[in-house]
Design a protein around this ligand. Structure first.
Ligand code: ADP
Ligand code: MG
Length: 721
């Protein structure tokens, strides 16, 4: 037992094997299923994993027993349903593999019932009132499309989390529904081009940005500890202006953290591949090889919790907040998104023939239409009280959703839009149709492809949704994107079929609809500088959503077009959307509330006492100078200190008055019952005071004796490794 335990995921020594040998060591993947399950059960489980076939109770029992056997050999004693509530992160409740044996003793057991379904005490997870109003209980249910894995001494079972009345209380359930809607809609469209396609899969490759700070310094910053970001702190004299961090060599202590993290990630089946420094000091990025979307989302959630754990082992804390430091870049999570068939065709990549390219253009143009129609919703899907600091702050991405295509692809779409019906498709005897589509290079490497200001960029064989926050669950953005795309493809199919019904040949029908879409979706295409003021004005003119107030952006979820789209695709009902928005507004309010409290405490307990202390020290000095020097001379020598004392007194006065007003504004806002109104009150009356207070605090930081300043400064937080 002890020996086995040592071999479990708890062990952290670098394995001596190669990554291919320890990859997925702690995952009950197909290879282990094959080994630990009878073959007919293995077949039935594969059916459930691939095609969503339901699992009967007997099969589940055998699967559970196989899992338990495998896990026990790794020293595992507990299991948990691992789910993704509407808060950040994941939730789990651990139970031991033991049951009463009926004779007063215990036996190790894990039944199919416990594998498949559980009732966590769900009352403390946010539900936007669904559970209160409709049904008091929620349950978690196994998602067989994501394999179970072992962390420490626990077998983790990925699950959806649902109210007894059927509403989703998590991110995974609607994500799975959106994937299934997209799979159906995209397969039907893919069949226009390839008759052998049975399934279209959605792929996701995320790139995770993060900061590392020294654990000791972190502990001395109540704001980092409680809110994940610095609420005060003057910029260091040097930050990222030399651009010397990006792709620079990685500091040794960080490398050792990364290595450890990568080994543990690989053992959990997360195919991590890329690591590098990011733009800001102490900022880094990690990216895996892309995977099927649902699995990729789970892996990102798992990686984020793994990062936190491994960082502590190396004396670091990992910051996933979107904007931990003022004045340097924040962190995001690029979501590389694409569709591919079971026959191996990447639908968003150009091909060799003009038929392949018509397929390529079909999927690109439908994506543009979906993003155009739902640009406000997509913005809402990435919006949060924390990500709002990053959006529109002269760093990717702006608070307006637009799509970058690059010059090559733009030229192709323009050509298609402008050509006449006759020129476009001509009948050519036995060779069938000839499409007039300009040659598209198979590798679409556009120089301008590095337009980092675009929130939704085409990058050769996929779109890259770059507005997602570093801390967010990717599922939130992908639920919106997948559903919008599914609905769009459904509409496309209906229109093409209608033309074909009228007698138009298939290609001609497709091209006709695409030309219309290219014209309609034009406002979403933008290749210029997304940070410029001109773009804001232009975007407004184009009718794109330019709202910047977070609680108002959430309204997009409840617009008639969003509700229609989510209901038509079967992903979320009006009731669910309403409930989820309640959670969004409530979370926004709580985040601002906590920040306000922490800021108030820090100001009263750290800043004002220290500033006052230093001030009286200066005042003493002024007094003494008057004793030492003749009055005129003393006056001259004291001039600088007197000025400083006055400035400090004014700043501390300003700060304490503002903190008082902030407390009052909170009191008023807290009395509001309606979640949306309350969030708006926090946005309008509480949040704006943060910056005002900070400005004065940061001024004090510059003048107060460094020895007396109790908080670690930016230069320490960002440069100590
Ligand atoms: P960059 O930083 O230049 O955008 P990276 O290599 O850091 O590139 O990240 C690219 C990410 O995109 C990786 O996670 C990669 O697996 C993923 N990716 C590549 N091709 C596809 C695709 N067709 N669909 C989805 N993701 C993809
Ligand atoms: Mg990228």
């Amino acid at each position: 037992m002890e020996e086995a335990f040592k071999k479990s995921a708890l062990s952290v020594e670098a394995p001596t094997e190669r990554p291919s040998e320890y990859f997925a060591k702690y995952v009950f993947n197909r290879e282990k299923m094959f080994r630990y399950l009878p073959s007919e059960v293995f077949i039935r489980l594969s059916e459930a994993m691939d095609n969503g076939a339901p699992l009967d109770r007997q099969t589940a029992d055998v699967v559970a027993e196989g899992m338990r056997k495998w896990a026990t050999e790794l020293g595992v004693t507990h299991y948990t349903h691992w789910f993704q509530p509407l808060t950040e992160g994941t939730a789990e409740k651990h139970d031991a593999f033991v049951e009463h044996d009926g004779k007063g003793g215990m036996i190790e057991e894990f039944s199919g019932k416990l594998l498949v379904q559980q009732e966590p005490d769900a009352s403390s997870f946010p539900s936007g009132g669904i559970r209160n109003t409709f049904e008091a209980r929620g349950y978690s249910a196994w998602d067989p499309s994501s394999p179970v894995f072992v962390v420490d001494d626990t077998l983790c079972i990925p699950t959806v989390f649902i109210a007894y009345t059927g509403e989703s209380l998590d991110y995974k359930a609607p994500l799975l529904k959106s994937l299934s809607a997209l799979y159906k809609a995209a397969t039907e469209v893919a069949l226009y081009f390839y008759s052998d396609v049975k399934k279209v899969r959605t792929y996701l490759g995320w790139e995770q940005e993060y900061f590392l700070v020294d654990e000791g310094l972190y502990a001395a910053r109540p704001d980092l500890l409680m809110t994940g970001r610095t609420l005060m702190g003057h910029e260091a004299s040097k930050n990222q202006q030399l651009d010397d961090h990006y792709f620079g060599s990685i500091p040794a202590r960080v490398v050792s953290f990364m290595k450890d993290l990568e080994i543990q990630a690989l053992e959990l089946g997360i195919p991590v591949k890329t690591r590098h420094n990011e733009a800001a000091p102490n900022q880094f990025e990690l990216a895996p090889i892309y995977e099927e979307c649902n699995l990729a989302v789970d892996h990102n959630m798992l990686l984020m919790s793994l990062m936190k754990k491994v960082a502590r082992k190396h004396g670091f804390r990992v910051l996933l907040h979107e904007k931990p430091f003022k004045g340097v870049n924040g962190s995001g999570k690029h979501n590389n998104w694409s569709l591919g068939t079971d026959t191996g065709i990447m639908l968003m990549a150009p091909g060799r023939t003009s038929e392949d390219n018509l397929r390529f253009i079909t999927f690109i143009v439908n994506t543009l239409m979906a993003v155009y129609r739902h640009n406000g919703l997509l913005k809402a899907s990435i919006m949060s009280a924390t990500n709002v600091h990053r959006l529109g702050a002269q760093e990717a991405p702006p608070a307006i959703i637009s799509s970058f295509l690059g010059t090559q692809l733009t030229r192709v779409l323009d050509h298609l839009e402008q050509s006449t019906d006759e020129a476009l498709v001509s009948m050519e005897g036995k060779h069938g149709l000839k499409l007039d589509i300009p040659q598209i290079p198979e590798l679409l490497i556009d120089n301008t492809d590095r337009n980092r200001t675009s929130p939704f960029a085409f990058t050769g064989n996929r779109f890259e949704f770059r507005a997602v926050g570093s801390e967010a669950n990717c599922a939130c953005a992908l639920i919106a994107l997948n559903s919008a795309m599914a609905e769009q493809l459904m509409s496309f199919k209906a229109e093409v079929d209608a033309f074909m019904y009228e007698g138009l040949p298939k290609e001609k029908a497709i091209v006709s609809v695409l030309r219309k879409y290219i014209a309609i979706s034009k406002p979403i295409r933008f290749d210029g500088n997304g940070y410029s003021d001109e773009w804001r004005k232009e975007a407004l003119r184009r009718g794109l959503d330019c709202e910047t107030c977070c609680p108002l952006i959430f309204d997009n979820y409840l617009s008639e077009s969003s509700i229609r789209m989510f209901e038509r695709t079967g992903v979320l009902s009006r009731k669910e959307l309403e409930a989820r928005n309640e959670v969004k507004w409530d979370t926004y309010t709580k985040k601002i509330q906590i920040e306000a409290r922490v800021l108030g405490d820090m100001v009263m307990n750290h800043i004002i006492p220290v500033a006052t202390e230093y001030q009286s020290r200066l005042a003493q000095n002024v007094n003494r100078m008057q004793h030492i020097f003749p009055a005129e001379k003393a006056k001259q020598l004291n001039r600088q200190n007197l000025k400083l004392i006055e400035e400090m007194a004014e700043s501390t006065l300003f700060i304490s008055e503002r903190v008082e007003q902030m407390v009052e504004a909170r009191r008023v806002a807290n009395r509001i019952e309606n979640e949306r109104e309350k969030a708006l009150a926090y946005h309008d009356t509480v949040a704006p005071m943060f910056e005002e207070i900070r400005e004065h605090v940061d001024r004090l930081e510059l003048v107060v004796d460094d020895q007396m300043w109790t908080l670690p400064k930016y230069r320490e937080l960002l440069f100590v490794r």
